[in-house]
Design a protein around this ligand. Structure first.
Ligand code: FAD
Length: 407
């Protein structure tokens, strides 16, 4: 049986390990943290959203971003301290506007396919993760934004996604708890939501039961390829460095994938794009009744929401280009609380739990599933704003790539 090391136990690493085990490999997952799924795959927006497949490399979005830079509570913040990685990433991001349409269509196709692969994994592993087939409702307050949404919808339809265009009254029928006035919306019945942390940590447990070895608190220091062998040097709990040898490895290390690729002679341009969320507890009957049941995406505020079970409501958003920094800034959390208070005034944000995570983002916003320069190195990483939506699809893709290279 061939041996494979998977680096990282976020949603991409755990789904990859699960798929590879089912394909008959002997898999070891290396995770720096003590537990799986506690870095970016922890408290994200919760949306499994083919309807959010639009990539951000669009001239209109970039122009809007420029105006946002002057606003303190805007959805985007850039730290302008120069740094070669940031500057080169931003330059490549701008160049990718030429692929906006193609990449949006390809992303929606992957997101639709991913639903099937997720269902297969969930049925096989029998895991629970507060999944809700509530659909995702995109809401628009301005005619200009709504017109852009019609153009995006044409691209999503080319990728095979069916959505319903809604009037304001129809929006309120789908989500009667909404307070604000909207000019229109789109509803994607086939999208869903769930808790990424529950999914990933429960899947990791099943993978362990089926023989995947999890090396936790194992900080991978270096990866070297020597002919047909991959040598992983790692450190567990500050004891002496250890080295283990494998036939292959798959890099699923989120924002750290950039660093590992460099060690392996590959260029994988992933920049950390920080986002924030709040998890609002709904302890009493009033808040449970007044919080939305459907998942929302406010395109203007760039805020997504998910109801996680009866008594949790997750609200996420914002993009901050500020390097590997996980500080939780109150100035970025407050707009999320304000959004809840203005749209759902009877839901208390008093005990909202703030969180920040780094989206592993490539300049073209597409995940990377590929073989490295060395034939026994593979990548499944760079899923940006849609890692939860796409992970089951790309895990399967990398599995097929490995099987193909191994025959
Ligand atoms: C605010 C926010 C909202 C979001 N909302 C959504 C959403 O609604 N829907 C959606 O589809 N996506 C969403 N995303 C994106 C999604 O959460 C990410 O794309 C996904 O979690 C990335 O998973 P990953 O496995 O690539 O990275 P991670 O979850 O970060 O996993 C990488 C792992 O590698 C480990 N690692 C790193 N270095 C080492 C080392 N040296 N040794 C060993 N292990 C190492 C890390 O500890 C980590 O556990 C959101 C992201 C954010 C930040």
């Amino acid at each position: 049986m061939k041996t494979i090391a998977v680096i990282g136990a976020g949603v991409t690493g755990v789904t990859t390990a699960f798929v590879l085990r089912e394909l008959g490999y002997k898999v070891t997952v290396f995770e720096k943290q003590r537990y799986p799924s506690i870095v970016t795959s922890y408290a994200n927006g919760g949306q499994l959203s083919a309807s959010n497949a639009e990539v951000w490399n669009h001239f209109g979005t970039i122009l809007k971003a420029v105006t946002w830079l002057l606003k303190k509570d805007a959805p985007l913040k850039i730290n302008f301290w120069p740094n070669w990685h940031k500057v080169s990433w931003l330059a490549e991001f701008l160049l990718q506007t030429k692929n906006y349409k193609k990449n949006t269509i390809q992303t929606v196709k992957m997101a639709i396919e991913s639903r099937k692969y997720m269902q297969k994994i969930v049925d096989d592993a029998g895991i629970e993760f507060d999944k809700s087939n509530c659909g995702i409702l995109h809401i628009y307050k301005s005619h200009r934004e709504f017109e852009h949404a019609h153009r995006v919808n044409e691209l999503l339809a080319l990728g095979g996604l069916e959505r319903r265009r809604l009037t304001e009254n129809e929006i309120l029928t789908i989500e009667p708890n909404l307070e604000k006035k909207f000019v229109g919306g789109y509803y994607t019945k086939t999208d869903s939501t769930g808790d990424i942390h529950k999914f990933t940590s429960n899947l990791a447990r099943v993978a362990m039961d089926r023989g995947v070895n999890f090396q936790q608190s194992a900080d991978v220091k270096s990866i070297k390829v020597l002919g047909s062998e991959v040598k992983i040097k790692f450190n567990c709990k500050d004891l002496q460095d250890q080295i283990e040898t494998f036939d292959m490895c798959v890099i699923c290390a989120g924002v750290a994938s950039h660093k590992f690729a460099k060690m392996l002679g590959d260029r994988v341009n992933i920049y950390p794009v920080k986002g924030y969320s709040i998890t609002v507890p709904l302890p009493d009957l009033i808040s449970q009744k007044k919080a939305p049941n459907v998942s929302l995406l406010d395109d203007e505020a760039k805020i997504v929401t998910s109801r996680l079970g009866k008594n949790r409501f997750r609200v996420a958003g914002t993009a901050e280009i500020a390097g590997h920094n996980l500080d939780i800034l109150e100035a970025r959390i407050q707009p999320l609380k304000n959004w809840v208070e203005s749209n759902f005034p009877e839901v208390s944000t008093k005990d909202a739990q703030p969180w920040a995570g780094l989206r592993p983002m490539r300049p073209n916003m597409m995940p990377l599933v590929s073989q490295g320069k060395e034939p026994n190195v593979f990548y499944n990483t760079g899923h940006g704003h849609l890692g939860w939506t796409l992970a089951c699809y790309t895990a399967n893709m990398v599995g097929e790539l490995i099987i193909g290279s191994d025959t």
